[in-house]
Design a protein around this ligand. Structure first.
Ligand SMILES: NC(=O)c1ccc[n+]([C@@H]2O[C@H](COP(=O)([O-])OP(=O)(O)OC[C@H]3O[C@@H](n4cnc5c(N)ncnc54)[C@H](OP(=O)(O)O)[C@@H]3O)[C@@H](O)[C@H]2O)c1
Length: 282
């Protein structure tokens, strides 16, 4: 269990997923967790669902929490930082999950010395299977990295990286669910063309992706070994793989990650030090 009280500012899709996972993994108790949001109806729902303290006043949340998770949209971040800044001390930890909002921007709106962590999570946060990268601000050290790792670990896998690499995280795991949505849909189309009912085909395709991912992550099987495991000479997988190689699937997917990374870099550069990027980074 974390020893600090936690406030989640912005109780939307991501904020609620974090609240659910933090409680579900017993990282915090209901008494040590608070949610803040501008929507009263949302706060009532959160209080009923999780039994935690709620407030429409971000400053109250800042005074309650020693760890503050900022889960508002990127364009709302600056306003929130201005509200909570006066109440923050070097004993707080600020964790921002706002896509594309850089550490320098976050730090420039907070008192000197306040530790800040920037996270790039992905949509699978909603089901506790996020693939996240995070970076430390200049006032954050090992204790803050460890705390952030435990919090983000509640919603999936997390990797500490230098901030410039968060664009690549955006291009791979941030945009990846969109790429894999296409892949699942295409696999299902193939199954339907071969006679499977659509609902069965979608579930077979999605479960196949999940199973392959778990073999890589949990059984430690290298992706190339996994391919060889199911590809017997002259067999069905060999026939399918030949089509994928002829149509350059590998180059297409790697190219998609590079294009998404480049776009993330462009959008981040477009937001000046004084203005966060506008939230198209996921
Ligand atoms: N969703 C993803 O897949 C994903 C992936 C990676 C990163 N992220 C990042 O996660 C963050 C949250 O995304 P989300 O999808 O959870 O957004 P969301 O569902 O819109 O949640 C944000 C919540 O914050 C509320 N809010 C707005 N202004 C506020 C303020 N000043 N103080 C307190 N609460 C305020 C919003 O209310 P209103 O609706 O009334 O504005 C909303 O309830 C974003 O910065 C996004 O870049 C999201």
């Amino acid at each position: 269990m974390l020893e600090q009280r936690v406030s989640v500012i912005g109780a939307g899709a991501m904020g609620e997923a974090l609240i659910r996972s933090l409680l579900g993994r017993d990282l915090v108790s209901a008494e040590t967790l608070m949610a803040a949001d501008v929507r009263r109806s949302k706060l009532d729902e959160i209080r009923q669902r999780f039994g935690i303290g709620v407030t429409a006043d971000n400053r109250e949340a800042a005074r309650f929490g020693q760890v503050l998770i900022l889960a508002v949209k990127p364009q709302q971040i600056e306003g929130v930082l201005r509200q909570i800044g006066p109440d923050l001390t070097t004993g707080h930890l600020v964790i921002s999950i706002a896509a594309g909002v850089r550490l320098r921007f976050l730090e420039s709106h907070l008192p000197e010395g306040v530790p800040v962590v920037r996270v790039m999570p992905n949509v699978a946060c909603l089901v506790g299977e996020a693939a996240s990268g995070f970076s430390l601000g200049r006032w954050a050290g090992d204790p803050e990295a460890e705390r952030a790792r435990r919090i983000l670990g509640a919603v999936g896998q997390v990797f500490l990286l230098p901030e410039p690499l968060l664009d690549a995280v955006t291009g791979l795991s941030g945009s990846g669910p969109a790429f894999l949505g296409l892949v699942i849909d295409a696999l299902a189309d193939g199954g339907v063309a071969c006679g499977l009912p659509r609902d069965v085909a979608v579930k077979l395709a999605a479960q196949t992706c999940l199973g392959a991912a778990r073999l890589v992550l949990e059984a430690g099987i290298h992706p190339a070994v996994l391919r060889d495991m199911v590809t017997s000479p002259g067999g069905t997988s060999a026939a399918g793989l030949q089509v994928l190689e002829e149509r350059a699937l590998r180059a297409a997917l790697a190219g998609a990650v590079r294009a998404a990374t480049r776009r993330s870099q462009e959008l981040s550069a477009g937001g000046s030090e004084e203005e966060p990027a506008n939230g198209r980074l996921s």
